[in-house]
Design a protein around this ligand. Sequence first.
Ligand code: DWN
Length: 389
Amino acid sequence: MEFLSLGSMPPANALLRPNELNKDEPRYPLSLRLCESCGMVQLGHVVPPQLLFRSYLFFTSSSQRMADHFADLMSDCAREFVRPGGLIVEIGSNDGTALSSIDRRDVRLLGIDPARNIAVMAAARGVPTVSEFFSDPLAQEVVRVAGQASLVVACNVLGHVDDLDDLCRGVKTLLAPGGAFVFEVPYLVDLLDRLEYDTVYHEHLSYFAVRPLATLLSRHGLRLERVEFFPVHGGTLRGTAVHGGGVSGAVGELIAGEQRRGLSTLRMMNGVAQGVQQLRLNLRERLTELRASGKKVIGYGAPAKGTVVLNYCGIGIDLMPVVLDSTPAKQGLHVPGTHQPILPSSALVDQRPDVVLLLAWNHAEEIVQREAAFRERGGRFLTPHLREL
Ligand code: DWN
């Protein structure tokens, strides 16, 4: 049952070159649906993954805080699950930031990521990387060549995968007895509680609560043993699964708590949709007021989330002329749909904005700290959720 529609949207990371601005941009329906029986929330339309991930513009290394977060994950999990000589496989290894943080010389590493343009960066970091989509057949090939893995990691991956059963079969194939599958996904409850509608885009097919995750894993002989929560990326769930079925007592408690909240009910979801629509009106109103009072607003960060905010709220170049971003591969390109040019973050001084719309709000601490001089000059950050920083 559909409960939120964000309209017809270009793929969030389909940034445009200047000579593409006058061409027709592919747009696809972007909406969320709830399965009231299992509690899964998923997109109503699937964009072919080859269009989204073969050449990719998101780099894990673009945030030091996230690099540190994944280094901690890898260090803790390697210590707990990987003996000397063991194999660690990361699904969705991107530029090798996480795997290259492992400073143990007595373990073997393997990255798997379909983005060919980024896999070369991982290799340059010394991380052996297979540039393919993960699948059970690929897992079987890895096992044939390198044996089973003591640790399989997948951060911000499960939500991107259409065939979750094949992914889980592949993890079951790949995971050695006594090994662990550690994954991170945005937590649905945080998305709903904080109206994080801008984390909804075509790359993210599924939005997970604990119960549907446990059901999916158990279907494939994997037991959700541990669930932890982290504030990164707007609220993240980290799951640890092992061979077996069912769930641990602690995980069972979390599921009961979700049930008590009425998480998989349309009533709750309809309330979220109304909240998102109000946010859209409030943001447009605020930006229109700022323009009317002669204030200059520019965007900071050209994340996938930013494409959703600007297109869903109709924030064009008239309301916000440019967006800044620290990612060299994004600079000189334009935001999909609304076409703001993306300039280096260093342009903040020359642009002299009064207000910066912080599209990369999940990195607020890192960004506000780095751009302290802007605030000292009287500048203010505003998030798409109308928080002033
Ligand atoms: O699931 C996904 C998440 C994990 O990452 C992917 N599907 C896509 C991506 O989503 P995103 O693009 O919204 O990720 P970020 O990390 O919120 O993007 C932040 C953007 O802001 C990047 O383009 C880099 C930029 N940035 C910046 O300009 N200055 C980031 C920081 C920290 C900065 O200081």
